[in-house]
Ligand binder design. Structure first.
Ligand SMILES: [Zn+2]
Length: 101
């Protein structure tokens, strides 16, 4: 009776009774297709995130350009950018060193 609920996670066909308890797919091809479908979902999600981040970055760039165009603000903007770029560079060098590069 418990075998009645065992179905391929890709095509939903019943799994052959001789398959072990760890079996999830009726064949290698369906295991591979399920894997590819999961990867495709990941890629779609990442593409949507990249689009959102590009939009946000464009907005921040325009804000930064507007601020930097103000002569009174330019030195402060350069100071902040210098500090952040230096911190980013140091973090990347530390990460590379931790990886043994
Ligand atoms: Zn299947």
């Amino acid at each position: 009776m418990p075998d009645a609920a065992r179905r391929c996670r890709y095509c939903d066909e019943p799994l052959p009774p001789q398959f072990g308890p760890a079996a999830r797919y009726c064949c290698r091809a369906h295991r591979q297709r399920a894997y590819e479908a999961e990867r495709a979902k990941d890629v779609d999600s990442l593409r949507r995130q990249v689009v959102k981040l590009r939009r946000a970055l464009a907005i921040y760039e325009r804000i930064l350009e507007d601020i930097a165009d103000d002569p009174a603000c330019a030195p402060r903007v350069e100071d902040v950018l210098t500090r952040h770029i230096t911190a980013l560079h140091r973090a990347r060098r530390a990460a590379a060193a931790a990886r043994g590069e």
